[in-house]
Every structure is written in structure tokens, then in C-alpha cells.
Design a protein around this ligand. Structure first.
Ligand SMILES: *[C@@H]1O[C@H](CO)[C@@H](O)[C@H](O)[C@H]1NC(C)=O
Ligand SMILES: *[C@@H]1O[C@H](CO)[C@@H](O)[C@H](O)[C@H]1NC(C)=O
Ligand SMILES: *[C@@H]1O[C@H](CO)[C@@H](O)[C@H](O)[C@H]1NC(C)=O
Ligand SMILES: *[C@@H]1O[C@H](CO)[C@@H](O)[C@H](O)[C@H]1NC(C)=O
Ligand SMILES: *[C@@H]1O[C@H](CO)[C@@H](O)[C@H](O)[C@H]1NC(C)=O
Ligand SMILES: *[C@@H]1O[C@H](CO)[C@@H](O)[C@H](O)[C@H]1NC(C)=O
Ligand SMILES: *[C@@H]1O[C@H](CO)[C@@H](O)[C@H](O)[C@H]1NC(C)=O
Length: 328
């Protein structure tokens, strides 16, 4: 018995070894690239699971496609990572999701090798410490549905070509140091886009092309925009949330046609004049703030307008009526 069980056992061991070797799903090229990325970041703690002796499809911060087993997602979030995003990220050709988020010691420019990632649909490089411009090449990644470069130190003007992304649903460029105007091409985005450009140094007026654009959500607050914002609104639109607060906008609010879809409108700290449109009483408003402008006349009575705090209306030229003191 003993003489037959020994070779059986070693055969079993061999089979097990063989099995574990072929059962590694990870693509060897992808594995090599990931290990280079780990090395470029100086082997950070957050990438400890990236051990060359294990299957890279089991590593943290990455996922493999279920059929091709190629790396399709790289998501690094809130770890102690420092240095620049290395060019090797461009060598994961099947990535659809690329995310570096909340890593304040990650510096440098937006990595140019990202242009090679033609399958990308989700790109988030946010809450890092990136500098330099938003590169034009981003508009070549035609499958992008979501871009988030918020909370960095990006500067320069916004590339007009971003509006050429046919599937884009969200663009977050807020909390940077971007300057210059909002490109007029931004009136040609896919309908319903969520656009966040707040907390930058944008100048000029809101493009007239916005008259034909129906955003879902627009936040242009805390910039230096001037002139008329009525093109953001319009009777046929389905826009829900509008924040234009803390700019230098100057237009007659009485002439604005508010869409029925509007649920939140923040216009505080501008130079808006005229009066509050009576249609405000017919909207399902969750939030309204028109404080610190040059508005006049009575606050229309009805809807939720009287339920808002007086601070949503105060510091205007001669706005009056509940919840402000009554008109004389
Ligand atoms: C960033 O780097 C500084 C200096 O090396 C270090 O003290 C700090 O802990 C790092 N912070 C994070 C979140 O990695
Ligand atoms: C983060 O990493 C830096 C350099 O790699 C190191 O100096 C620092 O102590 C680390 N901070 C934390 C919170 O781990
Ligand atoms: C970002 O980088 C700058 C230098 O480029 C540095 O002064 C600053 O402290 C960094 N910010 C954070 C949050 O690490
Ligand atoms: C873009 O996305 C579509 C639909 O998700 C997919 O069929 C197509 O292969 C993608 N193209 C690239 C280059 O990844
Ligand atoms: C609103 O839509 C209707 C019907 O589609 C159209 O006739 C009208 O011209 C549009 N109005 C504006 C201001 O675009
Ligand atoms: C604002 O527009 C309304 C409606 O067209 C008009 O009656 C009013 O005089 C205008 N207000 C100012 C200050 O121009
Ligand atoms: C409206 O905006 C003003 C100015 O920022 C602010 O002081 C006030 O608290 C806001 N009101 C509410 C209820 O948010």
C-alpha cells in the first residue's frame, strides 16, 4: 500500500501546483505594469496586496474583466500615496475606470499617457494636488461619461474641445484655479449634463450658446462672471439645480422665464435687478437664495416662497413682503 500511495501523493501535489499556476487569471502584461506603478509610488502601504506571487485579479484597488481577465479598473482612494501618477497607467489598455481620489500628496500634471486609454468611461483625478492645465487630449477619449478633476490646483483656460465628448454626463472642474471664459462650445454638450465649474477664476459672460443647452445641474458659483444669465433658463428646459451665486452677474430677473423643473436656485451675491418672477410660486422649490442683489418689489405670495428664511431674500435694494418686512 505504502509503495503506491507515495507516487499518488506527489502526483496530487504536482497537479495542485499546476492548477494554481493555470488558475491565475491575471494577464501577465497587466501584472507587470501594475508592479511598475507600485514601484513608481515607492511601494506605498495601500498597495501592499500587490504581491507578485499572487493573482493580480485578487489585488486591492483593481478589478479584472470577468471574461477577458484584463484589468478594467484602477481605483486608489484615500491612502498615503505621494509623487506623480506614472506614465505606466497608460499601459493598462483595457481600463474603463481610472480613479485617484483624496491623495493630497499626489502632484504633477495630468498624466499625458492617459490618452492611450481609449476604453475609459470614468476618469476621476480629484482631491489631489495636480497642477498645470487641463489637457486637450481628454476630448479624444470618446467613451468618457464622467470626468472629475475637482479639488486640485489646475490652472489655465478650459479646453473648448471637452464638449466634443458625445457620451459625457458629468463634468467636474470645480475648486481649481482655472481662468478665462467658459467656452462657447459648452452650449453643445449632450443634453442633461451636470456641469460644475465653481470656485475658479472664470471671467467673461455666460455663453449665449447656453440658450440651446439643457443642463441637468449647473454650478458656476464663486467665479467672476459678468452680464446676463437668462440663457441658462427658458420655458422648455428640464434643468433642476442652478447655482450662480457669488459672481458679478447683472440682469433683469423679471425677464427670466423659469423652467417648471427647477428645484433649487441660488443667485446670492450678484448685481441682479428687477423683481422676483411670479412663476416662482408655481415651482416645487426646495431651495431659493436671492440675497445680496439689487432686487425690488414684493416677494410673490404663494408656493414655498413664504416658508423660506428671511436670509434667503435679505440685502437687496427694495425687496419687500413676507418673510421680509411688509411693503410700504
Ligand atoms: C504627505 O507628505 C507629508 C510629507 O512627506 C507627510 O508628512 C504626510 O503624512 C503625507 N500625507 C499623506 C496624507 O500622505
Ligand atoms: C506618508 O508617507 C510619507 C512619505 O512616504 C511619510 O513621510 C509619512 O510619514 C506617511 N504618513 C502617514 C500618515 O502614514
Ligand atoms: C500641494 O502642493 C503644494 C506645492 O506644490 C504645497 O505647498 C501644498 O502644501 C500641497 N497641498 C497639500 C494639501 O498637500
Ligand atoms: C465604448 O462603449 C461602448 C458601449 O459601452 C462599447 O460598445 C464600445 O466598445 C466602447 N468603445 C471603446 C473604444 O471602448
Ligand atoms: C418649446 O417647445 C415647443 C414645442 O416643442 C416649441 O414650439 C417652442 O418653440 C419652444 N420654445 C422655445 C422658447 O424654445
Ligand atoms: C425689468 O423687466 C420688467 C419686465 O420687462 C420691467 O417692467 C422692468 O421695468 C425692468 N426693470 C428694470 C430695473 O429694468
Ligand atoms: C443665503 O445666502 C446668504 C449669502 O451667502 C447667506 O448669508 C444666507 O445664510 C443664505 N440663506 C440660507 C437660508 O441659506
Amino acid at each position: 500500500m505504502g509503495s503506491t500511495s507515495r507516487p499518488l501523493l506527489s502526483l496530487l501535489c504536482l497537479a495542485l501546483l499546476f492548477y494554481s499556476a493555470i488558475s491565475e487569471l491575471c494577464n501577465p502584461q497587466d501584472k507587470k505594469v501594475l508592479l511598475k506603478i507600485k514601484q513608481a509610488f515607492n511601494n506605498p502601504y495601500i498597495l501592499t496586496s500587490w504581491n507578485p506571487n499572487t493573482d493580480c485579479c485578487d489585488w486591492y484597488c483593481v478589478t479584472c474583466d470577468s471574461t477577458s481577465h484584463r484589468i478594467n479598473s484602477l481605483t486608489v482612494f484615500a491612502g498615503n500615496l505621494s509623487g506623480q501618477i506614472p506614465p505606466e497607467v497608460g499601459d493598462l489598455p483595457f481600463l474603463t475606470n481610472l480613479e485617484f481620489h483624496k491623495l493630497s500628496n499626489v502632484t504633477g500634471h495630468i498624466q499625458p499617457a492617459i490618452v492611450k486609454l481609449t476604453h475609459l468611461n470614468f476618469l476621476r483625478l480629484s482631491w489631489l494636488n495636480l497642477t498645470g492645465p487641463i489637457p486637450d487630449f481628454v476630448s479624444k477619449l470618446k467613451n468618457l461619461t464622467f470626468i472629475d478633476f475637482a479639488f486640485n490646483q489646475l490652472s489655465g483656460s478650459i479646453p473648448p474641445s471637452l464638449s466634443e465628448l458625445p457620451k459625457l454626463g458629468g463634468l467636474h472642474l470645480d475648486r481649481n484655479k482655472l481662468s478665462g471664459p467658459i467656452p462657447s462650445s459648452f452650449g453643445n454638450f449632450p443634453q442633461g449634463l451636470y456641469l460644475f465649474l465653481s470656485h475658479n477664476q472664470l471671467t467673461g459672460s455666460i455663453p449665449s450658446s447656453f440658450a440651446h443647452m439643457d443642463f441637468g445641474y449647473i454650478d458656476l458659483s464663486r467665479n467672476k462672471l459678468v452680464g446676463d444669465a437668462s440663457v441658462v433658463f427658458g420655458s422648455n428646459k428640464t434643468i433642476q439645480i442652478v447655482d450662480l451665486s457669488r459672481n458679478l452677474l447683472k440682469f433683469n430677473l423679471s425677464k427670466v422665464v423659469l423652467p417648471k423643473s427647477l428645484t433649487s436656485l441660488d443667485l446670492n451675491h450678484n448685481m441682479i435687478y428687477g423683481g422676483l418672477p411670479v412663476e416662482l410660486t408655481t415651482l416645487n422649490l426646495q431651495y431659493l437664495n436671492v440675497s445680496y442683489n439689487r432686487l425690488c418689489g414684493q416677494i410673490p405670495v404663494g408656493g414655498k416662497l413664504q416658508s423660506f428664511d428671511y436670509s434667503n431674500y435679505f440685502h437687496n435694494r427694495c425687496l419687500c413682503g413676507s418673510p421680509l418686512p411688509s411693503c410700504k
